[in-house]
Design a protein around this ligand. Sequence first.
Ligand code: NAD
Length: 463
Amino acid sequence: MEITAELIAQTVAKVMAAGATKPTASGMGIFEDVDSAVTAARKAYKEYLGCSLKFRGEVVQAIRDLACVEENLRYMAEQGVAQTGMGNVPDKILKNRLAALLTPGVEELVTGAWSGDDGLTTIELSPFGVIGAITPTTNPTETIINNSIGMLAAGNAVVFSPHPRAKDLSIWLVTKINEALDAVGAPANLVTMVREPSIEHTNELMCHPEVNMLVATGGPGIVKTVLSSGKKAIGAGAGNPPVVVDETANIEKAAKDIIDGCTFDNNLPCTSEKEVIAVDSICDLLIFNMQKHGALLLTDPEVLDRLQELVIKDGHPRTEWVGKSANAILEGLGITPPPGIRCLIMEVELMHPFVQTELMMPVLPVVRAKNVDEAIDWAVICEHGNRHTGIMHSTNVNSLTRMGKLLQTTIFVKNGPSFAGIGVGGEGYICFTIAGPTGEGLTSTSTFTRKRRCVLVGGLNVR
Ligand code: NAD
């Protein structure tokens, strides 16, 4: 092969990407087959049982520190976009940083107690053992950081089954976590995965007798599969978050919040605004203000048909367009993007595929309802009973209450962008595994524990 300047440049770029941080020790936490990954995690879990809570705190801190190294944050974001073809680098840097900083740790392990004439009884939160965690392509490293911190803080070991498209980056991160844990003296292989994730390997993981709990973050297929496994399973599934805007809202703020939330990481988060239902009397004003904040209003029916053909197939978004920018989608339509466009909007009917499909891209349909009650009823239809996320812009307490009651979503954001619901600009901790179907809500350390009662009869009541 001829050594050209171009070949040298390509090789340097490849080495720079691979070595954004110091070289990783090969094999740490990475196994060729599922049984070896689970067996190693089981051994680690048993050793970890003998470690103090204080030490668990150090383990959690080691993961936080590793993930917050600036060059690691940049590497995860750049490679996340490069390998999955989804999202954007600045928002992925933010998501990973917040996963590292705002995921709860051991402080959640609060003991309950009764003491009385018959002695002392405690309720302690104990680990499950080995957890099989299936992670999505949309938040590949964010979910591994978030799950690792919560699961290890709870005293478990974890075997990850990442999406095959995020394989190389997941191997990199699991190796890095093992290096960081090794440096603080943790048992080897508290976090493992197989080198070649696949549906077959995921199924093997789910059936493995040494796996005590399954946590699936992904679409309806994988959630249904883990719930049929016969094991304790947590399902964090799909959403299609509607936003309702009524005539009592601050319309300019609502428009900005909606565009900010909808465009966050190119609309990849399962919590992001996916359709707007606006009351007729303020709908034009809302659209006008959305345009001021970077929305391009598409009105030509022929363009809308072509957009539908481009991004939807058989009722599902086409993967190649998931998490792409508005500009890329416009270019896909053969339209030169005007400057400053963040999102494509269009006015459509309630049952339009743009409204009813979880698109996960900055294509945001607007539906006009005659009044707030109709808007709320339609939001319920759009949410498909996922019980995931809903957003409302209103200052009418009765309407906010009605929406919350009827929608029954795990997250309900009022008068803010959707990401406020996961602790970004809203109160509360961050979470990338939002368990609507199984009801645990925004999972964290205590979710990954078993409650155990410990009874000492006739003593230690000192009152
Ligand atoms: P996906 O369902 O295609 O994949 C998720 C994971 O499941 C991957 O690791 C994949 O390899 C695995 N998987 C999928 N089907 C499987 C099967 N039949 N057997 C074994 N393994 C299987 O989802 P995705 O495209 O990676 O992520 C996007 C979806 O996840 C969206 O629907 C989004 O709403 C949802 N999501 C939900 C949350 C949440 O917290 N509720 C978070 C992120 C993403």
